[in-house]
Write a protein that binds this ligand. Structure first.
Ligand SMILES: C[S@@+](CC[C@H](N)C(=O)[O-])C[C@H]1O[C@@H](n2cnc3c(N)ncnc32)[C@H](O)[C@@H]1O
Length: 266
């Protein structure tokens, strides 16, 4: 499967994803992943940023509200249509572009930072995408992204529960499986059955890579790894939503920040 074929799956997911995420059903994103991502993010006010795989623009808007001058890019036209509609309704100065991350339609060295919220693992040609990201970053600029945790969320993850239904362990396997292009079928955990019937499940192609592959691809692209994080839900969030405890046993997500060196290596 190539990036266009994977993008076609996302186009088919886009309407339901937008409606369900905007209705608050992407609970792990809102309660765990996004707060941790912004806690890791350096100040971005006044910086030019590209949000790669921006979806309907949720995080692009959060970045713009921090004062960044944002461009959002996504392969799925329906996502971009929803993002642009929101920009027209409540302008934040964001430009949106429909394009694939494998051919970024921008000149060299125009962005101070690039973000990828749960999008880089959706693209098979990751090496090409990283080359494009480095190309559009100014020297000294950074890439920060979140992905499914390669170690604790590989192709097979099952939550082991006690009699009370509380998560006690995570069973993982298939870490070394070449899952290129395997299509997973699921929806957000909090979607009620009635809405599930209305919208159906997402079909998400997955391109799992091992932790070593991620690290080596970043290093080979010329980026210097600077910071990483493994988000865990806060006690308050778990008290409010007990299902988040699954993310306390072992992390669902991995966050990485890497920088294009200000000067080429000697
Ligand atoms: C899991 S969704 C995340 C959306 C958004 N970043 C968010 O956090 O709400 C992954 C996104 O990556 C986009 N995507 C997948 N392949 C892409 C590609 N080759 N180029 C650009 N975007 C892509 C999908 O259309 C989708 O919007």
């Amino acid at each position: 499967m190539n990036h266009s074929e994977a993008g076609a799956f996302w186009e088919r997911n886009a309407e339901a994803w937008t409606q369900l995420a905007r209705a608050g059903h992407d609970v792990f994103r809102d309660q765990v992943n996004t707060p941790a991502f912004f806690a890791l993010l350096p100040p971005v006010a006044g910086l030019a940023g590209l949000d790669l795989g921006c979806g309907e623009g949720h995080h692009t808007r959060l970045l713009a509200r921090q004062g960044a001058l944002m461009t959002g890019l996504d392969i799925a036209p329906t996502f971009i249509r929803h993002a642009e509609a929101e920009e027209s309704r409540a302008p934040l100065g964001i430009s949106y572009v429909t394009a694939s991350a494998v051919h970024l339609p921008f000149p060299d060295r125009v962005f101070d930072f690039v973000t990828g919220f749960m999008s880089l693992h959706d693209i098979p040609e990751l090496e090409v995408v990283l080359r494009e990201i480095v190309r559009v970053l100014r020297p000294g600029g950074f890439l920060q992204f979140s992905i499914l945790h390669p170690c604790f969320n590989p192709p097979h993850r099952r939550v082991v529960r006690d009699e009370a239904g509380d998560a006690t362990a995570i069973e993982v396997s298939d870490y070394f499986l070449d899952a290129e292009g395997r299509v997973d079928t699921w929806t957000f955990g909090s979607v009620p059955e009635s809405l599930r019937r209305t919208y159906g499940d997402f079909k998400v192609p997955r391109f799992h890579r091992t932790l070593a592959e991620w690290m080596n691809l970043l290093v080979d692209s010329g980026l210097v790894i600077e910071r990483c994080a493994e988000p865990r839900p806060s006690a308050a969030a778990v008290a409010e939503r007990p299902t988040l405890r699954d993310g306390e046993v072992a992390p669902y997500f991995l966050h990485l920040r890497a920088r294009r060196p200000a000067r080429p290596a000697a």
